[in-house]
Design a protein around this ligand. Structure first.
Ligand code: NAI
Length: 267
């Protein structure tokens, strides 16, 4: 059981969407110190209005590793140190692969994948030294299923899942008290995926999704896949021939067309 009362949490991308909601829920459960890292001045301004002085906001681009290392050190010095790290910041391009620029590819992989590893590497020694802590990595159901219109996003989230669960195994083998939870949600109505169509599986609502993630942290869940049907994806993908899987996921559930009217965020 991960205790929230009296603890410190750092949430990247915590000024919008499920990051903001998770921060709010953690505070309502008695979190002592909430540190929010986000690169959007606009999102920080509106989140600061909503959370008030209960949260500390830092404007930072998580892909700037030198800035991340320096900011993490400043945050830790100011104390109390981070107990719960939620790697949440993410972006999506939402185009067919051939329409990506080289910069789109690099940026997506950096924000969604490598930045998470660099920040975790920076904070991990402190968690290990203190013999407790929780690293929560927000991946996606897109890390379990191929999908036209989000190939690089899928790649970035597949990578996160593989890295995150390997980290869990390393922490467990060392019995050092550090927990790792990997979160794989389906589409959520935060605006990040505005325009997507999902004719069969309902799009998740942000608030209950954030609440479930916080509950998964408290319960030290290894994986949280949402909705429940996402739990059977790896099995179905493993046992069905690829063409049959395409028919079920693509045609029946309409997933392969889901990005065809993607708009995403206007900013
Ligand atoms: P959102 O777009 O509402 O919020 C993301 C926040 O991250 C924004 O405030 C943005 O300014 C910040 N951010 C982006 N790049 C950054 C950077 N380089 N440095 C610092 N901050 C940065 O996103 P949402 O929907 O709340 O998603 C949160 C996480 O959940 C993401 O990792 C996303 O991939 C994942 N996810 C989202 C789903 C959805 O349908 N919205 C579905 C599955 C997973």
């Amino acid at each position: 059981m991960t205790v929230i009362t009296g603890r410190t949490a750092l949430i990247t991308g915590g000024a919008s969407g499920i990051g903001l909601l998770m921060g709010e829920i953690l505070l309502s459960k008695g979190l002592k110190r909430l540190i929010v890292w986000d690169m959007s001045e606009q999102n920080i301004a509106s989140a600061a209005k909503r959370l008030g002085p209960r949260a500390e906001f830092h404007r930072i681009d998580v892909t700037d590793t030198a800035a991340v290392v320096a900011m993490a050190a400043r945050n830790e010095e100011a104390g109390p140190p981070v107990d719960i790290l939620i790697n949440n910041a993410g972006i999506v391009v939402g185009r067919h692969f051939a329409e990506h620029s080289h910069a789109d590819i690099d940026r997506t992989m950096q924000v969604n994948t490598t930045a998470i590893m660099h920040l975790t590497l920076t904070l991990l020694p402190g968690l290990v030294r203190r013999g407790s802590g929780h690293v929560v990595n927000i991946a996606s159901a897109a890390g379990l299923v191929s999908n036209p219109g989000m190939s690089v996003y899928c790649a970035s989230k597949w990578a996160v899942i593989g890295w995150s669960d390997s980290l869990r195994l390393e922490m467990e083998a060392k019995k050092n008290g550090v927990r790792v939870t990997t979160v794989l949600p389906y589409y959520i109505d935060t605006g990040m995926f505005d325009g997507v169509k999902s004719p069969v599986i309902p799009i998740l609502q942000a608030e209950p999704t954030a609440r479930k993630i916080v509950r998964a942290i408290e319960r030290n869940r290894i994986f949280l896949r949402m909705p429940a049907i996402v739990n059977i994806l790896p099995l179905v993908r493993g046992i069905l021939p690829a063409r049959m899987f395409d028919v079920i996921v693509g045609r029946f559930f309409g997933i392969y067309e889901s990005m065809s009217e993607f708009k995403g965020r206007s900013t």
